[in-house]
Design a protein around this ligand. Structure first.
Ligand SMILES: [Zn+2]
Length: 878
């Protein structure tokens, strides 16, 4: 047999509670065994109508009770006559039967019939067995020693009342089935223990954890009276034990169950501190409403917040690296109503809230986290995780929205405590607290820590939004270990460009790959964004260079005239596409022959440059095996903040301030002229989404705007980027960059649209990647690019990906980039290596139709930050 080992007693010890059912009809007296007739039915309102019920009860000294029952009129009386009877009783001849039936049909006899039930104690030795050979259920009823007396009693009643008695001759009939999974002291004669837990018969004394019998089947004998209350009492007893066992199990192994489900790296804490009764606490009621996955959802939560740990507030030893400091935390109860997913309330069975959480990576920002494990009546388990982000951006204009909006994810998880991975459902949405609800919440505060809680709450808001005091400083972080010394070695090559400029490149030989490939793979050319390194990252365990080396590619990294190594004082983005990229490609050809193709991976300005190179006719598309751009393309759509900055004369002011030397030295320790110092000073005052405590980072993000979400970068990476890598910022190309940004697509240095008019030149397979948590450049950039190439180059494979949670350069330098982003790049290159860059031409029609459907970006967020003029593009004819 399959499944769990269960006691052999399963199915035995079955009782019918000593029941015998009989039906009496044709009596002379009005018995009223049937309920309301048609006339009564129409007069009595539905809630006042009686259901099936016991109309009279008599306990016989012989050891059983006889009851008469009232049945609904619609109940088929023939059922009793037919099923309970073997053969017709005496005096009930055929003709009589027909008349009786006719009388019943016209309703004249319904008042003269009655159902009788006798119950007592049977031997409780019935059996239900599954016959393995015939695969049929065999039922042998329990022996009932009182059956003859019961029959006699029924006959006596019939004689008194008149009429005819129908009943089973040979067996008891029951409406009160009991037993079959009998409770017992051991598994030899019972299926479960006295608490309902099912025995494991192989090990004496052991039970199957978590498997319970919780109904009439555990009652081991007849009870002799109507058993419903007995069954309810037994079920309640089992439930009490079940809850106790679950609590015991959770305190033993699952103290932090919810955070285990939600967060892969939670700080490990126990709830011991929360249990202490001496601590001050506050209880908060909160109602949040909103939409998850576009469907309405309401969360009614009760939080008990502990105020004991608030002294950790200044203890910075606690918050190193990824760990974050929590000042207030508490347990959450309550329920969630999400009718689109579950009809009934979803009850919070384990919940945690962390308020005023501070992350070392984003010292100006405060977070609030909610993690709720929800249970549905259907048995499904869900995890709702919510986050409030409080960021003092632009004089805290969004403070109200930020403090009342909870960004949530809603996942279905497997019910098993041991395996808590999410299954299928994964929705995102927002829940909000209305002003009225906020007031209600404030009024509903309870507990001895009420005053202190309010004080802390206001203090945190003041600190975040008004005073804007950072909590923890980036400067304090010094990397403990030196950067990866075993970084694959590369060779350095100096290049002279067509216009006589000296630039350089690095080459990583495929010899570093541990894997060996028979066929020759095309080299990969990497093009960085503006002045920062995105590919060769010695601080990270896996950067794109090492990822591609293991794929068996040779790698070339261009260090063009905007690289801190070769800063030019006078250049445009056009120069990069016109001279620098062709220079490195001809160098590659020196190594591999003139017909060698390269895969190009480019970021931001590098992406603009490669599009200028190809669409400007400076590099032939036949040289390019595949193209992959992150947050750039022939289009360049900026976020609202960046757009506003572009319309201000900031670039011309900067250029005037810079004077002759247009290369800014970023390092705090390096000397800078007075003019440069003034520019850097101004840059710090320019608004941006995230403030940083690192001076270099502040200057850089003042000039460009934030280029990454701090949370996505390891502190080591952040330190390396600002203190070691990005040392110089050649700003000579800014006027051209401004023209491109203002147009929204690549233009030449004079501002003319001389590239987009050559779609025939971009005859390559493309992959455009955008960050879903848009920063600096919006996903529209890749959306439009993807449409453009699909429309004009339908013969090639074109893909576009928006990666959730990433902004701009963190797509490549983020802690999770190797898991979340690189696989797309690798698979794109792999497909093109396998010759899958060409698509069947019959797909053309479909792609054309799709390409013409401009407005349908599935990733487009409906907010003012992504608006742009689409009409401009239509006029351009692309
Ligand atoms: Zn920073």
């Amino acid at each position: 047999m399959r499944g769990l080992k269960i006691s052999k007693a399963l199915g035995s010890g079955f009782s019918c509670n000593g029941n015998t059912v009989a039906y009496l009809c044709g009596s002379n007296g009005p018995l009223n065994g049937y309920g309301l007739d048609k006339k009564q039915l129409s007069k009595i309102p539905i809630q006042a109508r009686p259901g099936p019920s016991i109309s009279s009860s008599y306990s016989s000294p012989l050891g059983f009770t006889i009851q008469s029952a009232v049945l609904p009129t619609a109940y088929p009386y023939l059922l009793f006559k037919g099923i309970t009877t073997f053969g017709w009783p005496t005096g009930y001849w055929f003709f009589h039967g027909i008349i009786d039936k006719l009388k019943h049909l016209i309703g004249s006899k319904s008042s003269q019939a009655m159902v009788l039930l006798a119950m007592g104690h049977d031997k409780s030795d019935g059996k239900i067995i599954l016959d393995k050979e015939t695969n049929k259920i065999i039922f042998s009823p329990p022996h009932d020693p009182l059956l003859p007396q019961k029959v006699k009693a029924f006959q006596k009643i019939t004689r008194k009342l008149g009429g005819i008695l129908f009943m089973s001759r040979f067996r008891s009939a029951s409406v009160h089935l009991l037993g079959g999974c009998n409770a017992s002291s051991d598994s030899s004669d019972g299926v479960c223990d006295p608490n309902g837990q099912v025995f494991d018969p192989e090990v004496p004394g052991l039970v199957h954890q978590g498997l319970y019998v919780c109904d009439a089947s555990l009652i081991p004998c007849s009870v002799g009276v109507n058993p419903s209350l007995t069954i309810a009492a037994a079920a309640e007893h089992v439930c009490k034990d079940l809850v106790n066992n679950v609590l015991k199990y959770k305190t033993k192994t699952c103290t932090n169950y919810v955070s285990k489900v939600v967060d892969q790296n939670p700080p490990i804490e126990t709830h011991d501190t929360l249990k202490s009764s001496e601590t001050s606490y506050v209880s908060v009621k909160e109602t949040l409403r909103g939409y998850i996955g576009g469907m309405p959802c309401t969360a009614t939560l009760r939080m008990k917040i502990n105020l004991q740990n608030s002294n950790d507030f200044d203890d910075w030893n606690y918050s190193i690296m990824r760990k974050s400091l929590v000042t207030l935390k508490g347990k959450v109860g309550g329920y969630v109503v999400f009718r689109a997913i579950e009809k009934d309330k979803l009850h919070v069975i384990d919940g945690e809230v962390k308020m005023f959480e501070v992350n070392y990576r984003t010292p100006y920002t405060q977070y609030m986290h909610y993690r709720l494990l929800l249970a549905a009546a259907s048995g499904s388990r869900y995890v709702l995780e919510g986050k409030k982000i409080m960021n003092p951006y632009l004089f805290a204009i969004f403070s109200r929205k930020e403090t009342t909006t909870l960004y949530v994810t809603f996942k279905r998880v497997s019910g098993n405590f041991a395996e808590d991975h999410h299954v299928g459902l994964n929705l995102k949405g927002k829940l909000k607290v209305s002003m009225i609800q906020l007031l209600k919440t404030l009024l509903s505060l309870e507990g001895n820590g009420k005053g202190r809680f309010l004080h802390l709450f206001l203090l945190h808001l003041l600190r975040t939004y008004i005073l804007q005091i950072p909590q923890g400083i980036h400067e304090e972080y010094t990397p403990t270990d030196s950067y990866n010394n075993s970084y694959p070695t590369s060779t350095f090559h100096e290049l002279e460009t067509g216009d006589g400029c000296i630039i350089s490149c690095r080459r990583w030989n495929r010899g570093h790959s541990r894997l060996k490939f028979n066929e020759e793979k095309h080299p990969v050319l990497l093009l960085n964004g503006h002045s920062t390194e995105s590919f060769c990252l010695p601080t990270e365990p896996n950067d794109l260079i090492r990822t591609l080396l293991t794929e068996g590619h040779e790698i070339w990294l261009l260090q063009p005239r905007l690289h801190p190594l070769n800063p030019s004082n006078n250049f445009t983005i056009e120069d990069l596409g016109r001279y620098d990229i062709p220079a490195v490609i001809s160098k590659i050809c020196e190594f591999h022959g003139p017909s060698m193709k390269v895969h190009v991976v480019a970021h931001c300005v590098g992406g603009l440059a490669i599009h200028i190179a190809v669409m400007g006719g400076h590099v032939s598309p036949t040289r390019i095996a595949s193209l992959c751009c992150t947050n750039s393309s022939m289009f360049f759509k900026l976020s609202t903040l960046a757009t506003v900055k572009m319309w201000l004369p900031l670039v011309s002011i900067s250029m005037a301030l810079l004077g002759k030397n247009k290369t800014l030295t970023l390092l705090d320790t390096s000397k800078a002229s007075l003019r440069h110092r003034l520019l850097m000073y101004i840059a710090r005052w320019i608004p941006r989404y995230e403030r940083c405590t690192c001076n270099e980072c502040e200057v850089f993000s003042g000039i460009f705007g934030n280029t990454f979400w701090h949370q996505n970068l390891t502190p080591t990476m952040h330190h390396w980027l600002n203190k070691r890598s990005t040392t110089k910022l050649p700003m000579a190309a800014f006027p051209h960059l401004r023209k491109i940004c203002k147009s929204g697509f690549i233009v030449d240095s004079k501002g003319n649209n001389s590239y987009l008019i050559h779609p025939e030149r971009i005859a390559v397979s493309t992959l455009y990647i955008s960050g879903g948590r848009s920063l600096l450049v919006t996903p529209e950039t890749t959306f439009l690019a993807n449409k453009y190439v699909k429309l004009h180059q339908p013969g090639f494979r074109h893909e576009r990906i928006v990666v959730d949670g990433f902004g701009h350069s963190d797509l490549l330098i983020g802690e999770e980039s190797c898991k979340e982003v690189f696989p797309y790049i690798v698979s794109h290159i792999r497909l093109c290596e396998e010759g899958k860059d060409i698509v069947m031409i019959n797909k053309e029609k479909k792609d054309r139709k799709e390409a013409l459907d401009w407005a349908a970006d599935p990733y487009r967020v409906a907010s003012f930050s992504t608006w742009s003029s689409m009409s401009k593009l239509r006029l351009l004819g692309c």
